[in-house]
Design a protein around this ligand. Sequence first.
Ligand code: BYC
Length: 325
Amino acid sequence: MYAQMVKSEATNEDPEKLAAFQARIDAGEKIEPKEWMPEGYRKTLIRQIGQHAHSEIVGQLPEGNWITRAPTLERMAILLAKVQDEAGHGLYLYCAAETLGVSRDELTEALLSGKMKYSSIFNYPTLNWADIGAVGWLVDGAAIMNQVPLQRTSFGPYSRAMIRICKEESFHQRQGYDIMMKMAQGTPEQKAMAQDALNRFWYPSLMMFGPSDKDSVHSAQSMAWKIKINTNDELRQKFVDQTVPQAEYLGLTIPDPELRWNEEKGGYDFSEPDWSEFFEVIKGNGPCNAERMEARQKAWDDGAWFREGLMAHARKRAAAKVAAE
Ligand code: BYC
């Protein structure tokens, strides 16, 4: 079903309609759900928004794992609020995807059968409290870098969801940086934990922006349709340029011996992540892929009674309506 929903196919769409659609995109107009759109545009959006929604939901797992082990009541309340926000982001995004004619159940089934992806980053473990700081600082930092331009994406419901999500992401990034700050200014052992978390999360965070531009399959078409606003490498560069001074302020070292300021380009030169590791992780072979999918499968199975209950209620209401007519 999902393959049918997103498989690109040679279309025999009317060239005049296609040109008029592209002209609207080029003029910066927003496309709304009931308006005509090319099949490829609709399918690309279902893939990207659906994948984004799954990432928000799966993204609760590595942090949710630490709520009951937060070091203070205040930290627990902050982390709880953040994880609840991620659930909300998933729901806004599933709603945006539903306006394209796909149901939330279909998207979930596609995730559980391995046909749809979620962000590679959530296949790495959070081993200790410093990792929660690193996730907020780096993972949410990378997410904001990617999502701020998506507020201007051409599809109305996605753009509006992004505006709301970005507001919340800024608080998420700030709370992560605050944890890192406390650890980096703490005992030598705490500072070492913060450095170790940075060492482990640096390259996986760079991978969040997707493969390098030469290997990105979807970028060219997605940018022409303004579904994406920047290339993967552009955003990765901006993230590095923003994050290096933040690491310096913390007194921590980015784990890249090749990292240096390049005056000519006005940005840092840095080492690429290990792309073979990235492709293995998105194929399902990362450190936590099996655990994450088991958790999602369990949540789906545990919720079966509730979905059935909702359907029974809907059927009862429909029968009552027919009887009343
Ligand atoms: N992980 O042609 P490309 C969060 C796949 S949640 C997995 O460049 P595209 C947060 C890609 O799907 C953050 N797969 O693709 C939540 C494609 O495979 P398919 C989530 C990846 O779509 C909780 C193939 O590689 N953010 O922030 O043009 C707590 C080729 O790539 C990844 C979003 O989803 C990856 N990292 O560009 C804390 C943002 N990268 O689909 C934080 C919206 C690439 O053909 N999404 N792939 O099988 C996007 O902006 C774009 O989809 C991407 C990829 C930049 C991610």
